[in-house]
Design a protein around this ligand. Structure first.
Ligand code: HAM
Length: 405
């Protein structure tokens, strides 16, 4: 099927490690992980993302007569969950991860099922510092993963600013020939959504469209300036991109994207979202979601796993080897690779070669009789004899003694 992929062991392992980094750093910043359903009612997205957003017009996977959809993103679901499960006004710092589904034209780094890790800081009060903190957290994680990107930020102002901007764009797009999708948006007077178009024929008109700056009130301008000053103080480089509009109706004020060749992380404030999903006008939030598939392609994991291979020398030593393997697995950080079938040492070593083990332990009758197993330190090819009891009783300490720095 186009746009969906099998992620085999190496890719899955890499994704797990990347998610581990996101989880660790966001947990240290006070975020608690929640799990949201993959199915939501369609109306959740029509109300919040907007009828004329790309996602709602052409990218949702509908189920059961269009009543339900496979979630295309996590923020609307998080707010629905907040309104259903939390005391209003309670501040919540949430993180989530999982598959999202969008029926996009599949191409490089754009999938129909893709993986996101997101955070949402839901609260009824906010300051430029709290917004900057959320952006800095994303920047720190990308730095930690050694993934290069450029941070683009913008402000979408308040409701009035967006209304004024829509009028300004309406005047600008009048008389311009646009793609069919953008002509529909023009007809519906959703001029802001024209700026999200990925159609080739719209790009020239979009590139010279007026920016929102002139429609912003002084309060929004000051707020945005304050966020930028904090980012500067924290030495987070950014680019003010006045045409960044983020494509979803729920955004207001500060929005941002971390871009490599494509966007890796996108987010922003959503002060009207709770009002769109429910009736809670005074609850807002800010958050972001990271595209894990895209980040995975840019991450080089250099952290080598410590693997111990065990070779039973003779088939009647398999059970002794299994005892030692079980102890090492349970009581140390080492990963243990061992085949219980196949009886030549050559076959066992052939199997272990793929895993590049740190140590190989040999246990045969001779070793059992002497009480000492043979341990090969693979980096130097040196062999040492180690009491089986020591490995069995204190696997972590005993094996660590032979690690080279
Ligand atoms: P988004 O910008 O639509 O925002 O998606 C966030 C990230 O998901 C993108 O930057 C990209 O890395 C990844 N992504 C999106 N579509 C695809 C795709 N088809 N294939 C691969 N990766 C993709 C949101 O989803 C908002 N809910 C973010 C947010 C959280 N805003 C506030 N809180």
């Amino acid at each position: 099927m186009r746009g969906v992929r099998d992620l085999l062991e190496l890719e899955t392992q890499k994704i797990q490690q990347i998610l581990g980094t996101f989880q660790l750093i966001t947990r240290k910043a006070g975020y608690h992980q929640i799990t949201l359903p993959s199915l939501e009612e369609s109306s959740l997205y029509t109300k919040s993302l907007g009828d004329y957003s790309d996602i709602v017009t052409k990218e949702m996977f509908y189920i059961q007569n269009k009543s339900y959809v496979l979630r295309p993103e996590g923020t609307a679901g998080a707010i629905r969950s907040y309104l259903m499960n939390c005391l209003l006004g309670e501040k919540k710092l949430w993180s989530y991860c999982g598959s999202m589904f969008r029926h996009e034209k599949p191409q490089n780094q754009r999938y129909r099922e893709f993986y996101q890790y997101g955070i949402e800081s839901i609260s009824n009060s906010f300051t430029p510092a709290s917004d900057a903190e959320v952006i800095i957290l994303a920047a720190d994680i990308l730095t930690h993963l050694n993934v290069p990107s450029v941070l683009h930020i913008n402000t979408l102002g308040d409701e009035q600013a967006r209304k004024d901007y829509n009028v300004l764009l309406g005047e600008y797009f009048q008389g311009k020939t646009l793609s069919k999708l953008s002509e529909n948006r023009k007809q519906a007077q959703k001029f802001l959504r024209i700026l999200d178009s990925k159609e080739e024929e719209d790009q020239q008109a979009i590139s010279s469209a007026p920016s929102i700056i002139d429609c912003l009130g002084q309060r929004e301008k000051d707020y945005f300036d304050e966020v930028k000053i904090i980012l500067e103080k924290f030495k987070i480089p950014f680019l003010h991109n006045p045409r960044l509009v983020r494509g979803l109706d729920y955004y207001s004020n500060v929005c941002f994207e971390f871009i490599n060749t494509k966007a890796l992380i996108g987010g922003g404030r959503y002060d009207n979202l709770a009002g769109m999903v429910g009736k809670e006008k005074n609850m807002g939030g800010i958050g972001w979601a990271a595209g894990i598939d895209r980040i995975c392609e840019l991450v080089q994991l250099n952290e080598k796993q410590k693997i111990v291979g065990i070779v039973p020398v003779g088939s009647n030593c398999v059970e002794q080897c299994m005892h030692v393997a079980r102890k090492i697995r349970m009581e140390s950080e080492f990963i243990v690779k061992m085949k219980t079938e196949g009886n030549s040492v050559k076959q066992h070593l052939g199997y272990l070669k793929n895993y590049e083990p740190t140590f190989i332990i040999f246990i045969g009758e001779e070793e059992i009789n002497s009480g000492c197993l043979k341990l090969k330190i693979c980096a130097t090819a040196e062999h040492v004899f180690v009491p089986i009891k020591e490995v069995f009783d204190h696997p972590a300490v005993t094996l660590s003694k032979f690690l080279l720095n």
